[in-house]
Design a binder for this molecule. Structure first.
Ligand SMILES: NC(=O)C1=CN([C@@H]2O[C@H](COP(=O)(O)OP(=O)(O)OC[C@H]3O[C@@H](n4cnc5c(N)ncnc54)[C@H](OP(=O)(O)O)[C@@H]3O)[C@@H](O)[C@H]2O)C=CC1
Ligand SMILES: O=C(O)C1=N[C@H](C(=O)O)C[C@H](O)C1
Length: 234
């Protein structure tokens, strides 16, 4: 299939290699100063750009009726608006804070653990994420998804996402050279600590997952997530 890359940085260049290995064609490699010329030829667009560009890129693809897979993080306050825009225009849109298979399994593990732990008030939950020093947003999109998973599965729902992001679920964002992405969820009591952790060794899993999501969304209409792609919906 013909793929438009919206964002041609660290992720866009790895996605290009994997897409070509899977016999796809790249019709656009858009960086900040490039136009959208070539987008109209695409069967699917994959956006790994910057937080300030994602909304414009998503709307452009929906307007052109081109399915878009968005991996760009740091713009979630506009997510609801993008969902409505896509549904109203009968487009196809899939956002993933993290496209790696390992992290999507980690998301399921996090949700199952939250279902157990919410019964034990002696434990306090917190999240830690570590990323490279070039990352523009904090906390990471993955950490926010982890917080959402905890909130959604703590039946007495102590927090809203805003409360969580305002510190009810502390999220520690650490920046360190050359770290692709490490995420931990901690449950601490006065007696002990329970930790679950995912460590990305490189960016390959993010890129492969994004290309698989692009293959999946082809010829579909609606708003989707990696739970749909991996058939993880309960
Ligand atoms: N969901 C997931 O699995 C993952 C998500 N990410 C997210 O993906 C995003 C990109 O990460 P990464 O590749 O490391 O970042 P980079 O900084 O390496 O690349 C960003 C790219 O976006 C380009 N860009 C800037 N403005 C625009 C625009 N208006 N339209 C199109 N492209 C634009 C930049 O162009 P220029 O060079 O000209 O500035 C650059 O090519 C981040 O939000 C990150 O959090 C990252 C890894 C995994
Ligand atoms: O910026 C990155 O590199 C990454 N960002 C995503 C996020 O914000 O969760 C996914 C991954 O952790 C790498």
């Amino acid at each position: 299939m013909k793929i438009a890359l919206l964002g041609y940085g660290k992720m866009g260049q790895i996605i290009e290699r994997i897409a070509l290995e899977r016999n796809h064609e790249i019709v656009l490699r858009k960086k900040s100063t490039d136009t959208f010329e070539g987008l109209e030829k695409a069967d699917v667009a994959i956006d790994f750009s910057i937080p300030d560009a994602a909304v414009t890129n998503i709307k452009k693809c929906v307007d052109l009726q081109i399915p878009i897979v968005c991996g760009t993080t740091g713009w979630l306050e506009k997510y609801g608006e993008m969902v409505s825009y896509c549904l109203q225009k009968e487009g196809a849109f899939l956002y993933g804070s993290n496209f790696s298979l390992g992290v999507n399994i980690f998301f399921e593990l996090n949700e199952q653990l939250a279902k157990i732990m919410h019964r034990f008030n002696e434990y306090n939950v917190s999240i830690e994420e570590i990323h490279h020093t070039q990352k523009l947003d904090a906390p990471s999109g993955t950490a926010i998804t982890l917080a959402q998973g905890i909130i959604a599965n703590s039946h007495y729902v102590k927090w809203t996402l805003d409360e969580a992001l305002e510190g009810e679920i502390p999220i520690d964002a650490i920046r360190k050279e050359n770290v692709p992405g490490t995420h931990s969820v901690f449950y601490d009591s006065a007696i002990d600590q329970i930790e679950i952790k995912h460590t990305a060794h490189n960016r390959e899993g993010f890129a492969l997952g994004a290309v698989i999501a692009a293959e999946w969304i082809l010829n579909k209409k609606g708003v989707f997530s990696m739970k749909d792609v991996l058939d993880l919906k309960k």
